[in-house]
Ligand binder design. Structure first.
Ligand code: COA
Length: 198
């Protein structure tokens, strides 16, 4: 019984998210100096095509995103890591956990990569590291994702890592004024394929 109690005890986050690493990438907390890096990612209309917010237009908007990310962590509401190139330490993307509940041992995942780093397997490596943390350190049993049906890259990424499609939620999102369905996917700890470098 003591073992199961330990598993459901909330993770002690401390002042900031833990740094995680594996393969060609590392995951680290987002800080104030990351506004320009986030602008290069979230300012690209192609990258945020399936997002429910317009692309960031300038550094002020990017600094506001940094504030939102930090506020999300302080409230233990959303947990965003920066994805950095392990060789250069350059910020190349972000990944996050939302709707985290230790009671039900699940969370929703989100991720984004700067466009010039697509097609290199880096998002797969970042998520493999994140999932290892979720299943091994947080003791989660289930991860979820909700993807636009046209977002083929994202669907391929998740399915390569073992996610299964569980349903289609009709007109779940309002994306740039258009109702969009969401493909709901889930990954169980018991079926997680350790496809990444961890
Ligand atoms: C979703 C997203 C992160 C996927 O990025 P990605 O680079 O395609 O994903 P991966 O890291 O898994 O890379 C896989 C691709 O790299 C290729 N690749 C090249 N070298 C590789 C290597 N060493 N290892 C693995 N794959 C490699 C694979 O063949 C694959 O290409 P393919 O999809 O054309 O077959 C990216 O498209 C993105 O940021 N999109 C915008 C944000 C977004 O939509 N987020 C999700 C919201 S639900």
């Amino acid at each position: 019984m003591a073992g199961s109690a330990a598993l459901i005890a909330p993770f002690a986050w401390g002042d900031q998210l833990p740094r995680l690493s594996g393969g060609r990438i590392a995951l680290r907390p987002i800080d104030d100096a990351d506004a320009a890096g986030l602008l290069a990612i979230f300012g690209d209309p192609e990258v945020v095509r399936h997002w429910s917010r317009p692309p960031l237009s300038n550094l002020v908007a990017a600094a506001t995103l940094v504030d939102e990310i930090q506020e999300g962590f302080l409230r233990r509401h959303a947990f965003h890591w920066g994805i950095v190139d392990a060789a250069s330490s350059e910020l190349i993307g972000t990944c996050m956990l939302g709707s985290l509940t230790f009671r039900h041992r699940r969370a929703e995942v989100g991720y984004i990569l700067r466009r010039d780093r697509w097609g290199q397997g880096l998002a797969s490596e970042a998520l493999a590291v994140l999932f290892g943390f979720c299943f091994d350190k947080l003791g989660l049993h289930r991860l979820e994702a909700d993807v636009d049906p046209d977002n083929q890259r994202s669907l391929r990424l998740l399915e390569r890592l073992g996610f299964q499609r569980e349903g289609r939620l009709r007109e779940r999102w309002n994306t740039y004024g258009t109702p969009r369905d969401g493909i709901f996917l889930g990954l169980l700890r018991s079926e997680w394929r350790r496809a990444g470098p961890t």
